[in-house]
Design a protein around this ligand. Structure first.
Ligand SMILES: Cc1cc2nc3c(=O)[nH]c(=O)nc-3n(C[C@H](O)[C@H](O)[C@H](O)COP(=O)(O)OP(=O)(O)OC[C@H]3O[C@@H](n4cnc5c(N)ncnc54)[C@H](O)[C@@H]3O)c2cc1C
Length: 369
């Protein structure tokens, strides 16, 4: 392992790998990434893998747009293939969630997100499996779809290595060395790395890593469960991802199977324990929203963490008061879809001195001060 680097990226999830690739692609030859387990072992390997344009805020829509430009041309830009499946993303609302969805739709239309607004009859027509009796509104964006996060991570890793970056698995960063308020190195289980620049892309552990340089990141980790059914043909292949916005319960096709997700429990553990009994809560909502799913056999499941900031926007850019410490974290439930944006913006901040693809003021740490 190298003992000096121009930049050390801590964290080998999809965000850290995107940062390593984009830094190397912008000409930084000596990037070193350290991952304490294996690539994608954190949240990036446990997501529902959706890319969504119909996001809840103007900033997150812009992040989706910037990311989609790279995802839709991944082979031309990064030189690696991955399979994007534009299955569509539908949000449905009961009366309790109607007002929020109406406001979201107005904002999205204002930002030219290609949306179809749906009444209960058209929801039923698009997804016959849904019980629409208590639904009042829906919206679908057919551009949205499923990414393959593992292929993306492997693609970024290979493309970064080809440009001189070193990607180290099973190397745990244990501390950051500061001298007179500036970063001079990273301590790891593989030895010290002298460096003037560190990127904090550690997902659920970002708060802990930031605390090493005296920074208090307001990030809380929330646990979410996903369950996969056995082959289930009663939900056909042309079904979009469906989000029941009142309780954040969702499902989509996963090959011949169905993936269902739900959950927002605060977690103090970095190792989210899978709780088979959580299935009861997911099934309870399935019984109301898509009762046909009760016929499906559950094959397996997992739990993952979403690292959320109070405004659910990421933390990007240099941290105040510490020279050489850059955050790329706080990605909540949208870090897979926004991985290109995270890497592009972080590399612009480091190499060009400022982000040019998008205004990152709303993402700066200073908003919490
Ligand atoms: C159930 C679920 C569903 C989701 N669905 C979606 C979705 O549909 N679309 C979407 O865009 N997002 C989704 N997300 C969110 C998405 O998974 C995350 O936002 C994203 O994976 C964050 O990526 P990351 O690289 O920042 O973090 P991670 O993938 O967690 O990577 C951080 C890495 O840092 C490593 N690390 C931590 N500390 C250290 C250290 N000290 N030294 C070395 N390595 C360290 C960890 O081992 C980890 O691999 C979902 C999340 C969950 C849990």
């Amino acid at each position: 392992m190298r003992n000096t680097a121009e930049v050390v990226v801590i964290g080998g999830g999809i965000q850290g790998l995107s940062c390593a690739y984009h830094l190397a692609a912008k000409g930084i030859r000596n990037v070193s990434l350290v991952e304490m387990e294996f690539l994608g072992s954190g949240s990036s390997g446990r997501s529902a893998a959706m890319l969504v344009h119909a996001m809840w805020s103007p900033q997150t829509i812009l992040l989706s747009r910037l990311s989609a430009q790279e995802y839709f041309a991944f082979e031309q830009i990064v030189g690696e293939k991955f399979d994007y499946k534009p299955i569509g993303h539908m949000t449905v609302a009961t009366q309790a969630a109607e007002h929020a969805l109406r406001e979201e739709i107005a904002m999205q239309q204002n930002m030219n997100v290609p949306l179809e607004v749906l009444d209960p009859d058209s929801i039923k027509k698009a997804v016959p499996a849904l019980n629409v009796e208590d639904l009042v509104l829906g919206a679908v964006c057919w551009k949205d779809g499923v990414i393959d996060p593992h292929a993306v991570m492997q693609g970024y890793a290979r493309a970064a290595r080809a440009r001189g970056a070193e990607i180290n698995e099973m190397v745990h960063a244990t501390g950051i060395v500061l001298e007179k308020g500036r970063v001079v190195g990273v301590e790891t289980t593989g030895g010290g790395i002298a460096t003037p620049l560190v990127v904090n892309a550690t997902g659920a552990r970002a708060k802990e890593v930031a605390s090493w340089v005296g920074l208090d990141l307001p990030i809380t980790n929330y646990k979410r469960h996903i369950f996969i059914t056995d082959e289930f043909h009663e939900i056909p292949q042309n079904t979009p991802f469906v989000m029941d916005s009142e309780v954040e319960w969702y499902f989509r096709k996963e090959g011949e199977n169905v993936l269902m997700g739900m959950g927002r429990e605060e977690s103090t553990s970095f190792e989210p324990q899978f709780e088979p009994e959580f299935l009861e809560k997911i099934i309870e909502r399935a019984e109301l929203r898509a009762p046909i799913l009760l016929n499906a056999k559950i094959l397996r499941g997992w739990a993952g963490l979403r690292a959320l900031t109070p405004d659910d926007l990421p933390v990007l850019g240099y941290a105040p008061g510490v020279e050489g410490f850059v955050n790329c974290c706080g990605w909540g439930g949208h870090g897979v879809m926004h991985a290109p944006a995270g890497g592009i913006l972080t590399s612009e901040v480091i190499v060009d001195g400022k982000a040019t693809s998008m205004d990152i003021m709303p993402f700066r740490y200073e908003r919490f001060m």
